[in-house]
Design a protein around this ligand. Structure first.
Ligand code: CA
Length: 375
């Protein structure tokens, strides 16, 4: 390769790597670059539980793939598959476990039928916020418990996205009291669904791509998905009129990158580090995307589409909170790993809640007192 061509290529790679969030150590454009000889290239598949290119979730998976390619200087090549393109949404975990795909992008609570403890690593009803989840995972022992949960399946978990606090969902009829939960057939996965069942409702688990039709045809009475950014893209406002908050069932859901353990262990150490770091970068940028897009989408839903925005009544929230505690405590009695994970989670929650109360929560109250926009 001619020297000029080489420098141009190196500079392009550096720019791509910087754009992908791994560029602090990269040389300035045009600087001389020495590179190790080209090493083996890995062509991996990433299966996902999301419709292809779906905003936030599918685009987060795409961003992870691009970041992995840019940060590895092309030594990791990732082909992303939407739900149903290689395997159905709810077979993503098995596909990574058996090595059909090296990577998966999903939500951990989809796998509670395989390992009950998985629910902790997406979101627990009335549990930690997105920022608090990251704190527990990386600084409170959560990651060790998550790895232990997936170890029997040969799968390594990594947080790779966060939706932030979600919405309680779309309802065809108003929820005025706890009586309105009785007989309610609702798409709500994970532990939130079990809580709804105790309140007299019927939870249904549907993959993202099946929610709209089920709600529109009246097969279900209500559905939660994520929040304004995703729900607007799905057109859920065309299927139900009432949009409720807060998202008690998912206060800060983590999206996960599943990695086939053998495939990971076959990587050289620098590429292993690329996988770990790329997931941390996308974990951060997805939460920023949700926070950056949700308010505009909500304004569009309310101002343009006439959606009826409602807060769940206090007595409904109190009941759901009490039932949420019952559900997790009963599971802890039946499953030692679930119990140990609950102990870690609850201890961390008790500690971090005190800090959040005098840190972020007190500040937000002060901002509201001062008459900030949005009040
Ligand atoms: Ca949800």
């Amino acid at each position: 390769m001619k020297r000029r061509q080489f420098i141009t290529r190196a500079a392009t790679a550096a720019a791509a790597a910087t754009a992908a969030g791994c560029g602090s150590g990269e040389p300035a454009e045009g600087a001389a670059v020495s590179r190790a000889p080209q090493q083996a290239e890995y062509r991996w598949k990433m299966v996902t539980t999301w419709p292809p290119n779906f905003p936030g979730l599918g685009s987060g998976a795409n961003e992870l793939a691009k970041t992995l390619e840019a940060c590895s200087n092309g030594r990791l090549r990732i082909k992303v598959y939407g739900a149903g393109e290689l395997v159905p949404a709810f077979e993503v975990f098995d596909a990574v476990s058996r090595g059909t795909a090296e990577l998966g992008h999903a939500g951990a609570y989809y796998w509670k039928g395989k390992a009950e403890t998985a629910s902790f690593f997406s979101s627990i009803p009335f549990g930690l916020t997105g920022a608090e989840m990251n704190a527990w995972l990386w600084h409170g022992g959560g990651m060790e418990l998550w790895r232990e949960t997936y170890a029997p399946f040969g799968v390594l978990p990594l947080p790779a996205g966060n939706s932030g606090v979600q919405m309680a969902g779309w309802f065809k009829k108003e929820i005025a009291s706890v009586a309105d939960l009785k007989g309610l057939k609702m798409r709500i996965p994970g532990l939130g669904g079990e809580v709804l069942a105790r309140a007299g409702g019927t939870p249904v688990t549907l993959a993202a791509g099946d929610i709209f039709t089920a709600l529109e045809t009246g097969n279900i009475d209500a559905a939660e998905f994520v929040g304004p950014y995703n729900d607007l893209a799905f057109g859920l406002h065309k299927a139900a009129k009432f949009y409720y908050y807060p998202g008690w069932q998912e206060p800060g859901s983590v999206l996960e990158c599943l990695v086939n353990r053998k495939a990971f262990e076959a990587l050289p150490p620098d590429l292993q580090q690329v996988v770990l770091t790329a997931c941390r970068a996308v974990n951060d940028s997805m939460l920023a995307e949700y926070n950056g897009r949700s308010f505009g989408a909500l304004a569009q839903l309310v101002d343009v589409h006439g959606v009826q925005l409602r807060r769940l009544p206090d007595d409904v929230l109190r009941l759901l909170r009490r039932l949420s505690r019952e559900v997790v405590e009963e599971k802890a009695g039946a499953d030692p790993l679930f119990r140990r994970t609950l102990e870690s989670y609850a201890k961390f929650e008790a500690g971090v809640a005190k800090w959040t109360r005098i840190g972020e929560q007190a500040y937000l109250e002060a901002r509201a007192l001062a008459g900030a926009p949005g009040r």
